[in-house]
Design a protein around this ligand. Structure first.
Ligand SMILES: [Zn+2]
Length: 288
């Protein structure tokens, strides 16, 4: 009887990131500005990954926090392992214009990014955190997978609604150092009940480091979180794709068999053991 009770407490399935890692780290920086180049140098040195949210009709606005022109924007992001994502064609509040105009903002922005960079662009960050339920609905219709807000969670939870993806915090958040320390020094594998995979998501504008002369914050954060074999360094889009594949797993009624219908391998933990489920593969969990 005791064994049965014990087992029942370990039915829960927990997401594990690629390679079975328990944690993921991502960055999101907005507006496509000159200071992004310095940010790229730092994060590339530490092997971090970032999503850059870009407008597409503001290339002649260099006075606005040092926005890059079209070719400089392309050259900054064309080769890297980083993601380019939507931020609206003109950086307007999507919730303060008629819905068709909001649609146009996203469509023009996506069309430019996809053709300029030769990629499929399905990610977004809301300019001015401007969104509402109507905007979220049309984003879904336009094939946008996720959209970042500016509301800090101060947590490492994955979003339940990717079209309202709240980050952990801004890089100037007074709790940044405390959260970074907590993120690297504790693991869900050390928890008894709350073993969910953890995501540390930091956002900002690179020009803020120039304005406040505090690039040491980024350097310190990068030093703290990088080089950890248990942390997956990924763009927002890579995290979305992976979590979507995890959430699409199909389980048998008793929860002991799992099928992965996606194109990528997915890792999960049950009863303290981590399993890799290959694309198109079905796995039966060990009972002990
Ligand atoms: Zn912005």
């Amino acid at each position: 009887m005791a064994a049965k009770v014990f087992r029942q407490m370990f039915e829960e399935k927990y997401i594990r990131f690629p390679g079975g890692r328990t944690r993921a780290f991502t960055l999101s920086y907005d507006d496509g500005v000159e200071a992004d180049r310095r940010l790229l140098e730092i994060i590339d040195k530490y092997g971090l990954r970032c999503t850059f949210n870009l407008n597409s009709t503001l290339f002649d606005c260099a006075g606005w926090h040092g926005r890059m022109d079209e070719e400089a924007t392309y050259n900054a992001f064309k080769d890297g392992p980083h993601e380019v994502a939507l931020h609206g064609a003109r950086h307007i509040f999507l919730n303060k214009v008629p819905l068709p105009e909001a649609v146009r903002e996203v469509v023009l922005n996506r069309d430019w990014l996809e053709h300029k960079f030769g990629r499929i662009v399905c990610g977004m960050a809301y300019a001015y955190n401007g969104f509402n339920d109507d905007v979220k609905r049309v984003l879904k219709d336009l094939g946008v997978h996720y959209a970042r807000t500016t509301t800090p969670t101060h947590s490492f939870a994955l979003p339940s609604d990717f079209l309202e993806w709240d980050p952990t915090c801004h890089h100037s958040d007074p709790r940044l150092a405390e959260l970074a320390e907590q993120f690297v020094s504790t693991s869900p594998a050390d928890e008894f009940k709350h073993r969910e995979g953890r995501l540390f998501y930091v956002w900002g504008h690179s020009y803020e480091y120039d304005d406040n002369d505090n690039w040491h914050i980024l350097e310190g954060l990068a030093q703290k979180v990088s080089g950890n074999a248990d942390i997956w360094y990924a763009t927002n889009g890579e995290i979305y794709d992976y979590v979507a594949a995890y959430r699409a797993l199909v389980f048998s009624l008793d929860g002991e068999r799992v099928f992965n219908p996606s194109y990528m391998p997915v890792w999960l933990e049950i009863r303290g053991k981590t399993y890799r489920v290959g694309p198109g593969e079905s796995v039966l969990f060990d009972l002990e």
